[in-house]
Ligand binder design. Structure first.
Ligand code: IMP
Length: 191
């Protein structure tokens, strides 16, 4: 079985990506690869961050790897939080504080359209490739649902009445930004 390092420490993401890859590729975590430090994410774009993370792992390990970066782009906020989605409200990854801030920023806004954009950067045998996944939707006026993570309780994908948090993990994966990007990655790796 092909082994590849997935540059994440987020257990939710690992679970999501494993479910989509369907056990055809063995994912090695950062910890298992011996990387315990935080990888810098200081680039001005989502693609730049994904590439920077993958390059960091490649340089440290010399092993095939991929990294993802995601942003929530809200039209009424000029594309914010975008590349700053993880640190929107605070310096840490405080999901609840980020949601509270976004709900506040969106008060009174009638245009609530938004999209999640994921870029996966793969380094295979030293060659770099990127895969993008996008899901369009709207920011709800209140949080709904218990599942998922991050902005899930306030993102309602186009064509659905539920938020990502109210959908099952399978339903979310089938249409999500990361699901779409991972499917492209899986097609590439399995061809
Ligand atoms: P990351 O680059 O994948 O770590 O994503 C940056 C931030 O976007 C995270 O801290 C989350 O707040 C948010 N995010 C990423 N993916 C999702 C998702 O699938 N649902 C909700 N929020 C997400």
């Amino acid at each position: 079985m092909k082994k590849i390092i997935f540059a994440t420490n987020n257990a939710h993401k690992l679970e999501e990506v494993n479910a989509i890859l369907g056990g055809e590729i063995e994912l090695i975590t950062l910890k298992e690869a011996g990387i315990v430090e935080d990888i810098p994410e200081e680039e001005p774009t989502i693609e730049g961050n994904a590439l920077a993370k993958a390059r960091y792992v490649w340089q440290k390990t010399g092993r095939d790897c991929f990294a993802d970066d995601t942003g929530l782009e809200v039209d009424a906020l000029g594309g914010a939080p975008g590349v700053h989605s993880a640190r929107y409200a605070t310096d840490g990854h405080d999901f609840a504080a980020n949601r509270t801030k976004l709900l506040r920023e969106m008060e009174g806004k009638t245009d609530r359209t938004a999209r999640f954009r994921t870029v996966i950067a793969l380094i295979e045998g030293g060659k770099e490739r990127c895969f993008e996944g996008i899901v369009e939707g709207v920011i709800t006026t209140e949080e709904r649902g218990e599942g998922g993570f991050g902005y899930d309780p306030m993102f309602q994908p186009e064509g659905y009445t539920q938020t990502f948090s109210e959908l099952s993990p399978e339903e979310k994966n089938a249409i999500s930004h990361r699901g779409r990007a991972v499917k492209k990655l899986a097609e590439w790796l399995n061809q």
